[in-house]
Design a protein around this ligand. Sequence first.
Ligand code: ZN
Length: 359
Amino acid sequence: MKTTQVIKGDHLRPRGILAPGFINAHCHLELSHLLGIIPKKTGLIGFIEKVIKLREFEEDLILAKIEEADQFMWSQGIVAVGDISNTLHSSSTKSTSKIKYYTFVEAFDLWQESKSLNYFEGYKKVFEAFDLGTTDQKKSMVPHAPYSVSPNLLEKILNDAKPNSTLSIHHLETALEDQFFLKSEGGFREFYANMGIHPEINLGEYAGSADYLKRYFPRNLKYLLVHNTMMQKSDFETYEASGLDIYLATCAKANLYIEDQIPDYDLWREFKFPICIGTDSLASNDILSVWDEMGTIKRLYPQIEDSELIEWATINGAKALNYKDSLGTIEIGKSPGLNALPIDEKGQLDFSKNITKIA
Ligand SMILES: [Zn+2]
């Protein structure tokens, strides 16, 4: 029988890389009860329709699943989360969590200019009621997506935002999004028509999502664009020319779940916008783990160096969420959390094993 010899000093050999705690740049904690419920690869519109049609769930179940997901993320080395909220369901969990949450109270008016004030006031109430607790939690009111937020509502949100705060927005998750601005039929037009809604927008007034947003976004805020799966080179150039402070969040596993697409990271990396990693929600993912997202990205884009991927998972998200003074790097004066990331014999990150949360 083969025996394992313990070489002198073997216990001192590094088994992993020490890294600061992970930052999950995009999540919807309040959808944690939807694990495994929505079918895969329906496309974004099919996905949204399913979410809308789902019948009400017991509030006790929703709250219990939120609590469970919060504790799970902490156990997986996540120390801060950019979290979308349409309701107050996650408020109590966040106010006492060990995780720092930047809550994005998300507003939309389904592009109905005439109703935008009502929608704004409704979401403003949710925003104001969100309890930040005694820990270092943050909140902003944010637009949902270019195709669901009219200029009226967008301006109200932007006028209300505190200088230097972060605004998150779902962005170019599907090719249909640009078409909304350019075509009179199909896609989101059909989706709205089925609900009896006829968006008050002139066709061709905007060249697409990027053109729409850059006309309204002021330069005194940070923008966290989420998904960007369909972003073209011209969109990157539009933002580059705008001088806006842009961060890109990617949720690779959710993109595969909903649209069966993955962003062109080689194109992303030609530009200087910091890239962050999000898990999206358990409605479109099987696990809320930044490590798992990193493994998926590495499998599809092995040319991305481990060191770069670790930056995506840590410091870039900390900057995007305004937590860089306390999180994101291992430095004196910070309390960034500490994870041991497993490596193989070649010293490469080994995604077949899980991380160990050290602090
Ligand atoms: Zn999302």
